[in-house]
Design a protein around this ligand. Structure first.
Ligand SMILES: CC(C)(COP(=O)(O)OP(=O)(O)OC[C@H]1O[C@@H](n2cnc3c(N)ncnc32)[C@H](O)[C@@H]1OP(=O)(O)O)[C@@H](O)C(=O)NCCC(=O)NCCS
Length: 241
């Protein structure tokens, strides 16, 4: 199935290359092939996790939801075209290290076109969630984004996350991981995956908490994480975030 997502960027940190990545079609094919193939150790994400139940109504999972982080009220909701300015402001708050971890190479500017693509995804296919807080002037401020993008097989999707530096360690990423897993499960997927730098402790911890299995990427200081959509009961996060 052709990937119609308009986001041309790699979702997660591209740890195996320093230069701008090849065309999206090549990237997607490579990731899909890597996901489908059994590793030398015999781990195959397509068979390692229990199959998801038949697709169910995902509408309740797409509704905005109020959540407390650090004692403050936030809302998790889908990103939409009206969030373009908020996304640009959020991007402009990132340190170089955050941009590098999220995108894998230097992006100096969040252009109007790129921001439009990132907020304007087809949410019935891919998912882009934001965590917002209302400022004293009444404006919503975007503090975090979690998204997934279906791979070329249409049977799984690649996740990526970014949380504002001043909002980290509050469980925001964990809540986004959980919500994406629940949506993916409702849509019939058995796992989601990501590429993560080997020293990205918080990201790997969030995936492990949800039963994620890691597969080192040969020749790179990086790991592929495969996370089942059947959220473990002991994860402390089985409810809707
Ligand atoms: C990775 C990132 C998204 C985590 O966001 P976050 O909201 O701070 O994460 P959470 O608060 O949900 O914490 C997730 C886990 O990391 C742990 N953690 C949080 N901060 C940590 C720190 N500084 N050091 C070690 N562990 C940490 C938490 O305890 C939690 O683990 P647990 O479930 O075992 O308790 C955030 O650091 C970020 O935006 N990094 C830059 C972009 C990036 O690396 N994206 C990943 C590419 S896919």
């Amino acid at each position: 199935m052709a990937n119609k997502n308009p986001d041309p960027e790699p979702l997660a940190r591209r740890v195996v290359r320093k230069r701008r990545p090849p065309p999206r079609s090549a990237r997607r094919a490579r990731v899909a092939a890597a996901s489908a193939a059994a590793s030398p150790a015999g781990f195959n994400p397509l068979t390692a996790f229990p199959p998801a139940p038949p697709p169910q109504d995902d509408a309740p999972l797409l509704e905005p939801r109020a959540v407390q982080f650090g004692g403050h009220s936030h809302v998790i909701r889908l990103l939409g075209p009206a969030d373009e300015g908020r996304l640009i402001s959020f991007f402009n708050s990132h340190t170089g290290e955050t941009i590098h971890q999220r995108y894998g190479y230097r992006i100096s500017e969040m252009t109007h076109e790129r921001a439009q693509r990132l907020v304007g995804v087809d949410q019935s296919r891919d998912v882009a969630l934001g965590v917002f807080e209302r400022a004293t002037d009444g404006e919503e401020v975007l503090h975090a984004v979690g998204r997934y993008l279906l791979d070329a097989t249409g049977r799984s999707a690649e996740m990526a996350f970014v949380v504002r530096e001043t909002k980290r360690g509050l469980g925001i990423c964990t809540a986004l991981v959980r919500r994406l897993l629940l949506i993916a499960r409702a849509r019939g997927m058995s796992y989601l995956f990501a590429q993560v730098q080997a020293d990205n402790t918080p990201m790997l911890a969030a995936f492990r908490r949800h039963g994620g299995r890691m597969r080192p990427i040969p020749g790179a200081d990086a790991t592929e994480a495969f996370v089942p959509t059947s959220i473990p009961s002991g994860s402390g996060s089985s409810g809707l975030p």
